[in-house]
Design a protein around this ligand. Structure first.
Ligand code: ATP
Ligand code: MG
Length: 457
């Protein structure tokens, strides 16, 4: 019975049949002609059935289809549509349901796009992100966070932050963020893939429209590079102070002795004067080198690029170096075609040649060989300064261009070196967009190769 009731058409037909039969019973009282009675009832039955079928086709069927479509929309299938051509108010209803379905489908597509864009942005930010709700459960971690702390998103999402983040400072930061409901900053070190990383976290509370705390976002910045720079700067200041202290102490000490007239021996006085002069000379060179370096490091530093013959520059440098090499009994060979024309900063190139040749002279014992070779190819100018000197150990080569680095501190200081010469060379080469390379073997000698591009702007 319930099944029959659920099918409206059958229900109506049965209803009409009962009505027709009852009408038949009433009519049969007035006529005894069975045939007429039957014919009247049959015609009546057929007419009503036809009307019913028409109503069913026109109204019931589209409404049932509309209900089915709305059911699909409720389930989230926004691609469901009514394919039933009808007019009148039922047709209008179908049309509106289709428009609604289309709008919903467009909305979900847009929502999808927005979500994907958001996920892309979150995953590609250079900072680690973690979203925690007010109960302390993690809802989101991004790719950078995973690269910093390891594991997979599944190991964090849905867990309490203090169960999966094994760091007291992070726990403290989250508590402070929730407690004070404002941004909190913290930093710590973490060993990641055997590397020590400096991490800075910022905890920011999240509020809903009613200004109630709903959770917190933790942003993790990898500040290792920044820390390294800070350390280099601190080291540099410490080194400069140390380098300045030595000559100044010496100058002050000898000057004091002279002022106190404690020394009357003219020879000793002369010697003290010479020391004061040499030390102030050293100071002047050091300050000059520091100024050169800081000038090269300035953002607004501009190369004075000109076309010039390298031969002329070599002559100027060799005039000074030749004397020093001769004093040490070194053999200096220059293997350069005189008319090589280059496009570079003339003064800076002179400095490069001078520093490299001065090193070759300083670190090559008597009777050694020094060679300067320059060749020009289509793409660059290649400068090679070779010596048969003390050479440089493999472990020292990567540090050679650091400011104040000296392989053998005592020996280098004796040569009057400040430890800035190669740092200056490297800077000059870099501002020329060139490259520098060292081949060296202990007790055999070294060759410094410099490559400067020929198409310099
Ligand atoms: N040709 C070389 N052979 C062996 N060691 C070298 C050579 N050139 C440089 N070095 C090593 O590299 C260190 C750094 O050289 P750099 O020119 O920067 O400083 P420096 O020569 O000590 O002082 P200066 O600033 O006066 O040049 C030197 O102290 C020396 O130990
Ligand atoms: Mg030097």
């Amino acid at each position: 019975m319930r099944y029959i009731l659920r099918k409206p058409l059958i229900t109506y037909v049965i209803g009409i049949l009962i009505v027709v039969l009852l009408t038949g019973a009433v009519i049969s009282r007035f006529t005894s002609e069975l045939i007429i009675l039957f014919a009247v009832l049959l015609v009546q039955f057929v007419i009503v059935i036809l009307m019913l079928l028409h109503i069913f086709e026109k109204y019931m069927k589209p409404i049932r289809k509309a209900t089915k479509t709305v059911d699909e929309l409720v389930k989230g299938n926004y691609r469901a549509r009514i394919h039933h051509a009808s007019n009148g108010s039922v047709g209008e209803l179908s049309n509106k349901i289709n428009i609604l379905a289309r709008n919903l489908s467009e909305l979900t597509i847009q929502e999808d796009i927005h979500e994907k864009q958001l996920v892309t942005v979150i995953d590609n930010t250079e900072s680690g992100l973690v979203l925690i709700d007010e109960k302390g459960y993690i809802h989101l971690v991004n790719r950078k966070f995973i690269s910093l702390f390891g594991n997979t998103p599944k190991d964090y999402k849905g867990h309490l932050y203090y169960d999966v983040l094994d760091n007291e400072k992070i726990h403290h930061l989250v508590q402070q963020t929730f407690l004070y409901e404002e941004n909190v900053k913290e930093s710590f070190t973490q060993i990641i893939n055997f590397d020590k990383k400096y991490i800075q976290i910022i905890g920011a509370p999240i509020f809903n429209e009613k200004k109630m705390l709903k959770g917190a976002v933790l942003v993790f910045y990898d500040i290792t590079e920044l820390k390294k720079l800070e350390l280099t700067r601190k080291d540099f200041v410490a080194n400069v102070s140390h380098e300045l202290k030595t000559p100044i102490t010496s100058i002050k000490g000898f000057a004091e002795t002279l002022l106190d007239n404690k020394e009357n021996n003219p020879e000793v006085v002369e010697k003290f004067h010479q020391i004061i002069y040499d030390e102030s000379d050293r100071l002047q060179i050091l300050i000059q080198d520091l100024l050169t370096l800081s000038k090269l490091e300035k953002d607004e530093f501009e190369l004075q690029v000109t076309d010039f013959h390298i031969g002329k520059v070599i002559e100027e440098v060799i005039a000074v170096i030749h004397q020093q090499a001769e004093q040490k009994g070194l053999n200096l060979t220059v293997d350069v075609e005189k008319d090589i024309k280059v496009k570079a900063d003339r003064e800076q190139m002179k400095q490069v040649l001078f520093n490299l040749l001065a090193n070759a002279v300083s670190y090559t014992p008597g009777k050694g060989e020094i060679t300067l070779m320059i060749e020009k190819t289509d793409s660059n100018m290649h400068i090679a300064v070779s010596d048969s000197g003390i050479g440089i150990g493999e472990e020292a080569i990567p540090r050679l261009f650091e400011r104040f680095y000296r392989v053998d501190k005592a020996r280098s200081r004796n040569t009057g070196g400040t430890g800035l010469g190669l740092a200056i060379v490297k800077h000059i080469v870099e501002v020329h967009e060139g490259k520098i390379k060292v081949d060296s073997e202990l007790d055999k000698g070294s060759t410094f190769h410099v490559y400067i591009p020929t198409n310099l702007g």
